[in-house]
Design a protein around this ligand. Sequence first.
Ligand code: SF4
Length: 486
Amino acid sequence: MIERKESIAPRLDKEARRQRMALPPQPVLERSAAERLRDFAETAIPFSPEQAMAEASRCLLCPGAPCAAHCLLSNDIPGAMWLISQGDFLGAAALYRQTSPMPEICSRICPQQSLCEGACVLGKSGTPIALGRLERFVADYERAHDGHTVVDAPDTGFRVAVIGSGPAGIAAADWLRRAGHAVTIYEALPEPGGLLVYGIPTFKLDKRVVREKLDHLRARGVTLICNVHVGRDVPFEAVRQQHDAVFIGTGANVDATARIDGISLPGVLQATPFLIQANLPPALWPASLPPGPPPVGRQITVFGGGDTAMDCVRSALRLQQRAGYPLNVTCVYRRTEEEMPGNRHDRQLAREEGGQFLFLAAPTRFLPDQDGRLRAVECIRMRLGEPDDSGRRRPVPIEGSEFTLETDLAVLALGYWADPRLGEAIPGLQTHDNGLITVDPETGQTSVPGVFAGGDNVTGPDLVGRAAAAGIRAARAIDAYLQTRR
Ligand code: SF4
């Protein structure tokens, strides 16, 4: 969490609050499921300016606003609501941008239901303010009308390398540039954006939004170098020597796997390659992916219960629709829906689009057909036992309960790991738990002087907002470190 400042919102008296509480909420709409399935375009229907003003006018501008206390970037939410209610959309966008490197992106993919909106006082007895939709409205309004402006400090002469161009890398680069440092971002994949491009489907986040953000960084003088894997194509030491400090924000981008018989059969895929092939044009695929159309099956099973599993279910449904197949996609999760870690809203959208769910089951064997391709998955039923380290009840297999699911495409969305090779490529870099980088939590300082890290390669897979907050924290610490070297 970033430290909070005083809100710019005025105080409302009792009568003004009473009047606002009587205002009706604006409908928060998605395109119909039938329409959504026909393409990979974003599903949300944006607010009009009138709707945005009406919705923001319901806000009680609470002193000590709980919504802002639950914002991972400490955005001045009541202040933004006040400006939106007055029709000052550009002012509201600029206010978000004071604390957030990418309101146009966070507003699309943050799980607001469990963060700011979940904490809104109006949600206790009615409908919380549609904070995500409002942030998105003003960020998009600004993109369409003015382009966003950020004032960078005069050049300091210091050079900082940022390794990885996902949320943590973008946030660090943005904040370092604001402080006047020259920034070069190194990205291993063909297109910059990391998880925002290669992990999140286009129906949740249009890639043009990410591209625009990166173009804006370029216009402010940030250099982006793609297709370069630091530690493999270029030695880390060479990058370190050319810069005064380094930030590592490479994320947790290795698909977790499991020891299951038949897991290497054709027809069994990891989530990341599946999402890339389903959502991105082949020109953006990494060289490791085979050319050709995206894989599609008549009976698709997705294993997992997080956001990635839901992204796979919804991508698979769109591929079946495009292929003219009847919709037949099942998500298999080893606990119950109550323990599912993913965003509830995404699950609701997946259901509306035709996704099916099978709870308390896990795969035990992938079974081949006579040509050696996936034909079916043997699963076993589970029951819930005692809570594990995560506090959720542990799934326990029920002996003798095996059953078979006919499946010609299985997608494994079992989570992500950090890349353990990074630690090996950087002399002296302390890591733990199979590749997570050990840092000072206040500053992101690693065991190597002048080298900082933040985001999923430090914490393991987490929210985009937390990665962005870590990038900002580390950028501030890098700025302080550089000041000592003047
Ligand atoms: Fe407005 Fe809700 Fe935040 Fe209060 S808690 S300031 S009503 S958004």
